[in-house]
Design a protein around this ligand. Structure first.
Ligand code: HEM
Length: 395
């Protein structure tokens, strides 16, 4: 890869433990350097500003997802052809097979299940008084709702969190975290393949619909396996991250919690604001199909491009006082934390519903979150706490 003398460059490895823990100064520096900045440590172009990130996501014919999502070849090869890592008509076809199950109308009956599960969970935790907002709250809801929705059988669920985390680790550069993750992604793929082969999915679920599509000849056996994983792998850590961050943000900004309790109608906006400020997925890659430019910076054909949603969401060119947490921020829904365009998150309706249901249940009884010392987890792609101890006050 050659860069021109005028191309902005950045030499830091943005995937070290320290950079993953404190990424925001790196993002600020990248935004200041230009619309596309060559990362010498990763042989990739970082797109850290809001307008440029959105423009890249809106041009999938130039910035391709097949072979482009991860920053390393083994991971790109392993996921080639899945929904996330496909383009054009093939991608549209895969989305059509399941999209009808995730529309607001299709999700209406799911809302009832999610709300009930959230209320029961919150009632139990509030009665306890102190709990871990990650281990006891954030993980519990998606794990009780999403595998059933996807149709994953009971057996094998004990591996889901480890596999899902490995899936996201594998998408980074080929560092130690990605190397350790790749064999675990293989385990998950083998498990998914066996489910499809044996037809071992819950009746009426998204997975059952995928198998019916296979039986009608609309997708191959391999595509059916990928579709099972496509919807499970990104559905856990992301939502868990958002809920953990929500409790931490609302605990450290009690006036914002007061506002939400007084105006629960703001909860959907608050969910967008949480995903904006603490974007669960840092960024995904693309591959430039031809010589092109990003905001006037020349990017040669074959370049890897890293779209940093988490940085775009704090771009001072787009968001006023971007580091401030404001549950009523009018432009919060413009955030890019769920991606944008053709590959925009297919499960965002479900994710928003889960986070909102938990906040609604909490808002009815909890007056204050008293936080203990939170711990961060480290993952190449996911920004999340591994633990947020909390004592809740009521009345
Ligand atoms: C807070 C929670 C979530 C966040 C922040 C999130 C974020 C994202 C992002 C940024 C993308 C875009 C990928 C790209 O640009 O290439 C994406 C895609 C995707 N997400 Fe989510 N996600 C969340 C929850 C979920 C859930 C619950 C599901 C499944 C039920 C899901 C399924 C998917 C799928 C299938 C794609 C691929 C779409 C495509 O390539 O066409 N996500 N998500």
């Amino acid at each position: 890869m050659t860069t021109t003398a005028t191309s902005p460059q950045y030499d830091a490895d943005v995937y070290t433990d320290a950079a993953l823990l404190e990424p925001y100064e790196h993002y600020r520096a990248l935004r200041e350097l230009g619309p596309a900045v060559y990362l010498t440590a990763h042989d990739a172009w970082a797109v850290a500003r809001y307008d440029d990130a959105k423009a890249v996501l809106a041009a999938p014919e130039v910035f391709r997802s097949a072979s482009g999502i991860a920053l390393n070849e083994p991971a790109n090869a392993a996921i080639l052809g899945c929904t996330l890592a496909s383009d054009g008509e093939h991608h549209a076809h895969l989305r059509r097979i399941v999209a009808h199950r995730l529309t607001p109308r299709a999700l209406r009956p799911v809302r009832h299940t999610v709300t009930e599960a959230a209320e029961e969970l919150v009632a139990g935790l509030v009665a306890r008084g102190s709990f871990d907002a990650v281990g006891d709250l954030a993980r519990a809801l998606p794990l009780s709702v999403v595998p059933d929705f996807i149709g994953w059988p009971e057996e094998g669920r004990e591996h889901l969190l480890r596999w899902a985390g490995a899936n996201f680790d594998s998408f980074g550069p080929l560092n130690e975290r990605a190397r350790a993750a790749l064999p675990q992604c293989g385990e998950m793929a083998a498990y998914g393949a066996a489910l499809v082969r044996d037809g071992n999915v819950l009746p009426g679920s998204l997975g059952a619909g995928v198998l019916e599509a296979r039986d009608r000849g609309e997708v191959t056996e391999e595509q059916a396996m990928m579709l099972m994983l496509d919807y499970l792998a990104p559905s856990l850590d992301t939502t868990i991250s958002a809920v953990g961050s929500a409790i931490w943000l609302l605990g450290t900004h009690p006036e914002q919690w007061d506002r939400l309790r007084a105006e629960p109608g703001l909860i959907p906006n608050a969910v967008q604001e949480i995903v904006r400020l603490e974007s669960p997925i840092r960024g995904f890659g693309r591959l430039a199909a031809r010589d092109t430019e990003i905001g006037g910076v020349a990017v040669p054909a074959g370049s890897r491009v890293l779209v940093l949603y988490a940085s775009a969401n704090r771009d001072e060119r787009h968001f006023a006082d971007p580091d401030v947490f404001d549950v009523a921020r009018p432009e919060a829904p413009e955030q890019l934390g769920f991606g944008y365009g053709e590959h925009g998150c297919a499960g965002q309706g479900l994710a928003k519903m889960e986070v909102a249901a938990l906040l609604e249940a909490l808002a009815r009884t909890v007056t204050r979150f008293e936080l203990g010392r939170p711990e961060r987890g480290l993952n190449n792609l996911i920004r999340a706490f591994s633990s947020v101890p909390v004592r809740v006050h009521t009345g």
